[in-house]
Ligand binder design. Structure first.
Ligand SMILES: C[S@@+](CC[C@H](N)C(=O)[O-])C[C@H]1O[C@@H](n2cnc3c(N)ncnc32)[C@H](O)[C@@H]1O
Length: 196
């Protein structure tokens, strides 16, 4: 999509306007709200880890729904929210040393997105490659019974991602929130009850 078309779409988008009115830092905030309504993941969470957290819409939603939640977040870009319950690392997660974190996260979210080329299968593979790395870190940081939610872009690696998650979690579901653009290949996977 040309950047002018993208700007026009953003300007007229219902959820962009709604997010601005509510003070959410991203339109994506509504996707997490919908995921939580259906899967009830935030209320019981003590410690959340977020991959690709900037500008911070999901962190805002997590704190709003569960004011006691402790968040650790990582992104290449700065978070636009500063909160005593958020520990933020401005780093590439691929270079991050996960040894410095404790194995105590009961919810791990990923809304990570690589820069897109516009070529659907290339973009899919780029995001999938990141997701394989993220899934590899789960054993190191997630506690038994934990929940993992991730965005994927549909494509050839999707089945393999699902199969790996099915081995690690008791329940694996797909979800397309209403706030996720209909013409987007984006879909969310909700994996519950980490087996260890
Ligand atoms: C769709 S945005 C996340 C929006 C966020 N959920 C919110 O509601 O504000 C995707 C993020 O992934 C981050 N990202 C992409 N590659 C990354 C990497 N290798 N390490 C850390 N963050 C990365 C981008 O910088 C971007 O901020």
């Amino acid at each position: 999509m040309k950047s002018k078309d993208w700007l026009n779409r953003q300007k007229n988008d219902f959820y962009v306007k709604k997010a601005r009115k509510h003070g959410y830092l991203s339109r994506a905030a509504y996707k997490l709200i919908e995921i939580d309504k259906k899967f009830n993941i935030l209320k019981e969470t003590k410690t959340l880890f977020e991959f690709g957290a900037a500008p911070g819409g999901w962190s805002q939603v997590a704190l709003e729904i569960n004011p006691k939640i402790q968040i650790t977040a990582i992104d290449l870009l700065e978070l636009k929210i500063n909160h005593p319950q958020i520990t933020f690392y401005k780093e590439d997660f691929l270079q991050f040393n996960f040894d410095k974190l404790k194995k105590n996260f009961d919810l791990i979210l990923s809304d990570i997105a690589p820069n897109t080329t516009g070529h659907k299968s290339t973009d899919h593979l780029r995001l999938s490659s990141m997701l394989f790395d993220i899934i590899d870190t789960l054993d190191q940081v997630m506690i038994k019974g934990g929940v993992f939610v991730t965005k994927i872009w549909k494509g050839s690696d999707e089945r393999e991602i699902i199969n790996i998650l099915k081995k690690k979690f008791d329940e694996v579901s797909y979800f397309k929130p209403d706030s996720s653009r209909k013409d987007s290949v984006e879909i969310f996977i909700i994996a519950k009850n980490f087996k260890l």
